[in-house]
Each structure stands twice: as structure tokens, then as C-alpha cells.
Write a protein that binds this ligand. Structure first.
Ligand SMILES: [Zn+2]
Length: 590
């Protein structure tokens, strides 16, 4: 075990004041040109970036070449850092490409028919992904691998064959939006490309950036940081117990809006020590639902259910997202019509102007809708992660057990194949965000988080462990449905919501995971048990756990570490159904 105190890095975006926007944007434009030239010059040595000796990417780059446009040593280091990060990222993708290359086969392309052009075979892509995701991962790489496979399929559709090498399908990457990490400089007090002085008590900091002037000359001398930036209260709170790291200057570009520069302020905070596994007495299990986003409950180490099931229902959320998607589709149809009207006239003809003007407005509206759509997904993921943490804290469960992302289980909503695919992508986005959020929040608050194999969890009786069918409804004569909402066990008579059954099974897998990893002699190197190895059932629903200790008596101030419940403006309320109080809904108001 390392004696180092575990830490977590958090980032906060601060918009720079108007007075320095122009200078900051000039600096970013200038750096971007250098970064792009550097990446292009080193592209043929991409494989070298698959190996790393230092965490600093700039060291690797500056050892290979000098600056294509030199504006000071530390400025070059910062530019080289960003170029090196791009190349390192591409080297990782190239290695992943080597993995998918043998899987690329013509089955991934749907042959053309009379009605439809050739296209991607989504099920084949999905199956290839599932087989590819490593056994010992939580499936977080799924999204990246999917983008690689899709890129390869697009190549096929254009060229009629799959690419032989990564570089064949991937053009030299070009940074389109400015970014300048100050990690290559000497720190806030001695920096030669930036200076930063913190006044945590005063809730602000003072910044100076070295930037070219209007005619492109760089200053030779330094002034002390004068520019005052107020810090948001959560950041001040973090800074009191943490350490600030080198910030990153970044450009924000949105269609139809004036671009602006922000400073990403990075803080390293100490995290709560991880709970001793031997002291863990309760496990919170949760599952992605068929009709709810998340279903959760708490069990003890004997498998007794302590808490009532909790369902996070996102019905109205799905409706809003679908509404936004339909609106985007309508706007896109308008754009297509206007483009056709405009193209009736030759370039330069002033009769194109009215359509051009309307197109600008429409494109801005489309971009705004997409932003709203993605922000909602992110907010929902944060909200769900926070709810799980609050529950774990209230019930004093030190291990959170969740289904692996690998199964890529479709939510079963949507009718057409296309709709399902869109839904699956949307859900996988939310799920990826939820895992990431949950992972860092668990890390911050010292909770264990373990992924579980999902196979069999939705079709196994949680009480007797025998295989069970799911049905269209709770009625006794309801037909069997594979994605049915109700599970009924004819061996022991247990019946209940299928999502609830799955969440219990995943909690039980979590208990088995815990006891197996504590066993002194581990025969199986992989502690993640499957349903057949579980050997533990949930005999009873015990009322004893229901004496909720509110407010939570968390020994490690977990809620504080995990951050406050964060609900953005758009979520007015979210439905939390509990089987204990059927009609009561807990409303969390933003
Ligand atoms: Zn049973």
C-alpha cells in the first residue's frame, strides 16, 4: 500500500473578464497554430507516443523537435504539452484500432437493397463491441471503441474496403478550438507564460497571461498579476482543503455566438480514506431499469433486504428529450429546404441573401437545442449519482454495487430500429456519465464501488436463486415477455418488479464480491462473481433496517465530501417512488 494520501482532481471553468478577452483569444490563436504545426510534424512518429516515461507530454515533444514558431521557452513547453497530449491520445486510439482490426468484417455493413442504400449493421457493431470489451473493465471504453468502429465503417462506405492502418482512416488531427495548458510552466508564482496569485480568504485570485499584442509582438518583461478574478464559493471551499494546480486557458466557441476565453481552474483535493473492506456491513445494489433509469436497494451481508426499493423514474425526462429531438429534426428539414431555395441562384447572386440570413438563425437554434439536450443528459447523470450516494450514506452502505456497462443493455423503449439505436446511444451516454460521476464521487467520499456481471440478473429469482420468467404485467395470466416489467418465480412464489429483482441480485453479487475478495486464499483471480457463482439469496425483507438514521451519522462526513446535491434549473422535480409508501413521492426541488 502506498503511504501517499489519495487525492482527486476537480476542475472549475472561470470566464475571463472582458478587458482581457481579446488578448487571451490572440494568445490562443497563436498557440493553436504552433500546436497544429507540431502535431503535423510528429504525426509519422505516432507510435513513439504509445510509450511514456514522464507524465508530462511536453518532455517527449521537446526532446524530438524545436518550436515551429518560438515565443519563449515556457510558452513552447505549454504548446508542446498540448501537442503531446493529442499525440498520446491518438497513440492510444491506434492501439485500440489494432484490437478492432481483426473484428472488422463485411458483416458490419448492411448490403444495399432496392429501398435502402448500404449502411451500418448496428447489431453486428454492438455484438463486436460486447465481445471486445475486456473482462476486467467496467465497460467505460465502450464509447471510444464504438466511435473507432463507426469511423472504420464510414471509411468502408466511402472506399469499399476497411482501412489497413489507423493512419489510413485518421487524418492528421487538427485542433479547431484553442487550448493552452499551463502545466509546462513553472507554477503560478514563478511562471514565465502566466502568473497566478490566490487570495482564498478574499474569495478571488489575481492572474496575468503573457500574450501577443495587436500587431503580434510578445512582451519581453513581466508585470505582477493585476487582473482580479472572483472565485465561485464551491471552488473556495475546495481550495481551503486542497491544492491548486496549473490552470488551462481554453476557448469556448458556440455557433452564432461570440467566442470567449475561459480559465479552467484545477484543484487537487484530499479524499476520504477508503472504508476498510472488513468493516463493510451493508451493500447498496442498483440496476439500470427497463422503465426507470435506476432502481436501488440496500442489503446486509446475509442477503436480508434492509431498505425498500427505490425507483428513479425518468418518464417526463424521456418525453422532454424526445420533444427536443423532434424539434431538431424539424429544424433540419427547414434547413434543407432553405438550402435548396438558396442554391437555385448562382454564388454571388444577391437573391441568395434572404435564405442565407434565415439559415444562420436556424443553425444557431439547432446548436442551442443540442446543447440543451446534452446538458440535460449530464444533469440527469449527476442527479442519479448523487441520489445513490445519498442513499448509501443514509443507509450506511460502504459498498455500491452496479451493473457493468459492458452489457450495453438497451432500455427497450422506442419502436423502430432507428429509434432503438438512438435511444441506446442516448442511454449509453447517460450511463457512461453516471459511471464516471459515481466513480469520482465514491473516490472522494471513501466508498467502495464495484461493477458486476449483469448476465442472468433480470431472469433469476432473488429469493431462491432459480431461473424465472418475466411477464407483461403482475396479473397471473399475463403472457411471458423477455423485457417484461414483472418477474414471477414459480419455484418459491416470489414476484415483484423485474428491475427490483435485478437490483437485489446485483446487491447480492456485491456481497459475494466483498466476501470473495476478503477470503485469504483466492482460487479465482477475478473476484467479480457471476450469477452462477453467487451462492447467496435474499431470504427476507427485514424491517429492522427501516429505522432510518436521519440526519445521517456519517463518520467521515461523507455527504460533505461527495458534494451537495446538485440540481440544475431545468429539473423542477424528480420522481422517487418507493414500494414502502406507494403513493408518496419524494420531490427534490432545484
Ligand atoms: Zn424463487
Amino acid at each position: 500500500m502506498s503511504a501517499e494520501r489519495p487525492v482527486q482532481t476537480l476542475s472549475y471553468e472561470l470566464r475571463l473578464p472582458e478587458a482581457v478577452q481579446a488578448a487571451a483569444l490572440r494568445l490562443l490563436d497563436c498557440s493553436r497554430a504552433v500546436i497544429n504545426a507540431t502535431v503535423a510534424a510528429l504525426w509519422e512518429r505516432l507510435d513513439d507516443f504509445g510509450e511514456r516515461e514522464s507524465k508530462y507530454a511536453y518532455k517527449q515533444v521537446t526532446a524530438m523537435i524545436g518550436s515551429p514558431a518560438f515565443h519563449g521557452d515556457r510558452q513552447w513547453r505549454c504548446e508542446a504539452e498540448q501537442a503531446g497530449r493529442i499525440l498520446r491520445g491518438q497513440a492510444v486510439r491506434k492501439k485500440q484500432f489494432a484490437l478492432i482490426l481483426p473484428l472488422l468484417e463485411q458483416g458490419m455493413i448492411r448490403p444495399p437493397t432496392e429501398k435502402k442504400q448500404a449502411g451500418k449493421n448496428r447489431p453486428a457493431i454492438k455484438a463486436a463491441l460486447v465481445s471486445l470489451l475486456e473482462e476486467d473493465s467496467d465497460g467505460g471504453a465502450a464509447v471510444e471503441l464504438q466511435s473507432l468502429i463507426e469511423q472504420a465503417c464510414n471509411f468502408y462506405l466511402t472506399h469499399g474496403c476497411f482501412p489497413d492502418t489507423y493512419e489510413e482512416m485518421q487524418a492528421v488531427p487538427v485542433l479547431k478550438v484553442g487550448i493552452l495548458p499551463y502545466a509546462g510552466d513553472d507554477g503560478g508564482l514563478k511562471g514565465q507564460a502566466y502568473r497566478l496569485r490566490l487570495d482564498v480568504e478574499g474569495g478571488c485570485c489575481y492572474v496575468a497571461l503573457r500574450a501577443p499584442d495587436e500587431v503580434g509582438s510578445w512582451p519581453a518583461s513581466w508585470t505582477e498579476p493585476q487582473l482580479r478574478l472572483p472565485l465561485p464559493p464551491p471552488l473556495v471551499e475546495r481550495l481551503q482543503g486542497g491544492e491548486d494546480l496549473a490552470p488551462t486557458l481554453r476557448e469556448v466557441v458556440r455557433p452564432g455566438e461570440t467566442r470567449y476565453a475561459v480559465l479552467d481552474f484545477t484543484v487537487q483535493v484530499p479524499v476520504a480514506p477508503l472504508a476498510d473492506p472488513k468493516q463493510v456491513r451493508r451493500v447498496l445494489g442498483w440496476d439500470w431499469g427497463v422503465r426507470t433509469l435506476v432502481t436501488a436497494l440496500v442489503v446486509d451481508l446475509d442477503g436480508n433486504r434492509l431498505s425498500p426499493p427505490l425507483f428513479l423514474d425518468t418518464g417526463s425526462f424521456d418525453g422532454r428529450q424526445a420533444h427536443t429531438r423532434r424539434h431538431i429534426d424539424r429544424l433540419k428539414r427547414k434547413v434543407a429546404k432553405l438550402e435548396a431555395r438558396r442554391d437555385q441562384f448562382a454564388v454571388g447572386d444577391q437573391r441568395r441573401a434572404p435564405s442565407e440570413r434565415k439559415l444562420v438563425i436556424l443553425r444557431r437554434e439547432i446548436a442551442r437545442c443540442w446543447r440543451k439536450y446534452e446538458a440535460r443528459n449530464n444533469d440527469l447523470a449527476h442527479l442519479a449519482a448523487n441520489i445513490l450516494l445519498v442513499l448509501a450514506s443514509v443507509w450506511q452502505a460502504d459498498l455500491i454495487s452496479g451493473e457493468s456497462l459492458k452489457s450495453l443493455k438497451s432500455a427497450g423503449r422506442g419502436r423502430g430500429a432507428k429509434g432503438r439505436w438512438v435511444n441506446w446511444r442516448n442511454n449509453s451516454q447517460i450511463r457512461g456519465a453516471l459511471w464516471r460521476t459515481l466513480r469520482y464521487k465514491c473516490h472522494l467520499s471513501g466508498l467502495h464501488l464495484a461493477w458486476q456481471h449483469s448476465k442472468g440478473t433480470t431472469h433469476t429469482c432473488p429469493r431462491c436463486g432459480k431461473p424465472a420468467h418475466t411477464y407483461a404485467s403482475p396479473a397471473l395470466d399475463a403472457p411471458v415477455r423477455d423485457a417484461g416489467p414483472w418477474l414471477r418465480c414459480f419455484a418459491c412464489g416470489w414476484n415483484g418488479a423485474r428491475d427490483y429483482a435485478a437490483a437485489i441480485n446485483i446487491a447480492l453479487l456485491g456481497v459475494t464480491f466483498l466476501t470473495q475478495s476478503l477470503a485469504p486464499a483466492q482460487a479465482d483471480p477475478s473476484p467479480h462473481p457471476t450469477m452462477t457463482e453467487k451462492g447467496l439469496n435474499s431470504e427476507s425483507y427485514s424491517g429492522s433496517g427501516l429505522a432510518l438514521r436521519l440526519p445521517p451519522t456519517s463518520p467521515r462526513g461523507r455527504l460533505l465530501h461527495a458534494g451537495k446535491l446538485f440540481v440544475n434549473g431545468w429539473i423542477n422535480s424528480v420522481m422517487l417512488h418507493s414500494a414502502l409508501s406507494q403513493d408518496t413521492m419524494l420531490r427534490l426541488c432545484g
